[in-house]
Design a protein around this ligand. Sequence first.
Ligand code: GTP
Ligand code: SPV
Ligand code: MN
Length: 593
Amino acid sequence: MTNNKNLLAFVEEYKALCKADNVVWIDGSEEQLEALRAQAVANGDIVKLNEELLPGCYIARSNPNDVARVEGRTFICSKNKDDVTPINNWMETSEAYKLLNAIYDGCMKGRTMYVVPYSMGPVGSKFSKVGIELTDSIYVVLNMAIMTRVGKAVLDVLGEDGEFIKGIHSYAELDAEKRYIAHFPEDNVIMSINSNYGGNVLLGKKCFALRIASWLGKNEGWMAEHMLILGIEKPNGEINYVTGAFPSACGKTNLAMLIPPKQYLDKGYKTWCVGDDIAWIRVGEDGRLWAINPENGFFGVAPGTSMKSNPNALLSTKKNTIFTNVVHDLDTNTVWWEGMGTPAPKNAIDWKGNKWDESMVDADGKKIKGAHPNSRFTAPTANCPCLSSEFEAPNGVPLTAIIFGGRRAKTAPLVYQAKDWNNGVFVGSIMASETTAAAVGAVGVVRRDPMAMRPFIGYNCGDYFNHWLEMGKKIPNKPLIFNVNWFRTDDEGHFIWPGFGDNLRVLDWIISRCEGKVDARETAIGYVPYAEDINIDGLEDITVDTIEELLTVDKEMWLKEADGIEEFYKELGDRVPEELYNQLATLKANLNK
Ligand code: GTP
Ligand code: SPV
Ligand code: MN
């Protein structure tokens, strides 16, 4: 299928090391994919769902020891330790190859090795990049065929001497002790072994499009970010595009597909999804920032997705979708999860493969969840009812605003605006959020997650901050930078802000700020709205006083926050730019005024 010598040598090398029985090249044809689906069904890896209710859909369960990204076993490998900061695990390059090659040795005995050529970004666009994933998992092949553009067309673009990112994946024995997700940015190589789940194994996503691409972006003068891309259309047809960086399971997919509240719909507002997880951002000829979504599918969190919270996401999963670790309703042969908004099935199997119903409790009397909190759907972007007409645009969309945000019960106000680009970089760098089920580990612990990229920066975090500052110098028409927090809680722990579609009310303020149409109050941390400028028309239970409360900036809390930021910067080592320390000093001075 290809004459690319490097590619042929790469395939031969790993076929030999992994001792795969044979090699199958993925050409992207429906016939080949359909045959693989049939094979995976026959193997028991996936189950075909009700063809009438969910055409082309399948359910899969991962090993219970393998349900989320494993940050503890994810490594950035480089020659020099200083090129990686302590928030990521580091391994010396040659040591890492030695360790990993030993585990790959013979891992595909008796198995087929699939060669998946894929493009991140529209095939052939000059902003797109090609990857090759070698894998022994049909589940991975089928997911990659949804999440990216795969097959022959990609090889044609690659040609005889085109460059590609090398990815080698084997689920091996799913041995959690020998699980490694290793990146070699200096060599354009990704090695993943002993997992078969999500961001650990769909190598185009976090491994390539963020960890490797962030490094490429630094060297080539662009940015790879953990961001959704959303278009907001006004009644007059004008569309403003914004990107939003929120940590894993903190609302990107939801914001990317939001449906405007009735008051806005009635006026003629519309919203368009360009991307829900990753943005590749470049400076355009017009001096603005332009963003593309390099993916071709959504790997979305299932629990909580309902016709009420996110109808566009739910509708996106109605055909040609793979569900992982959700409840299998045996009566209808469909799927269910907590927060779907329909009654739990009576005759069902939970994510672990056990017979399950809603009334079941564990030894501590706690309800047993049917779906894993990080259960997911893999759905083609083409299914999304609000997919932007610019989704395939080779140059992407121009940005009006960049929004950072996290899950903070207190401290961070509903929204504030950074004073300028450098201050915005500071605002992104100090992001913190409560951890979620998207990664293995404790949930609900506040941790620093700069630009929502903590687990995804492929190099030294100080250098990454510096790259953001440097980019600012190259953008004549900069987007404005904001921070939002949908997750502030009251004393009983309830979210105060209704969130979801109503987040458009905050985006409305953000766009008005970008247009210079609304005033704001200057505070120690940045510009905060006047409460009456957030449109609460039609919101029950929310008054101007509630908004006032959501917008408070508590100086005591922020002084503590400033100490935490300083600690974090110090942890990152000596490459944190001076400018950010200056920003921190200004913040402290403002708070002490
Ligand atoms: P990844 O795919 O892991 O990167 O996650 P994501 O950032 O796309 O998060 P997603 O939109 O899937 O939302 C994760 C969880 O946050 C779901 O349980 C949502 O119901 C919840 N959520 C999203 N938006 C809001 C909001 O505005 N308010 C509240 N309270 N919850 C929200
Ligand atoms: C995330 O954790 O941010 C995800 C899911 O989008 S995964 O693909 O597993 O990284
Ligand atoms: Mn994500």
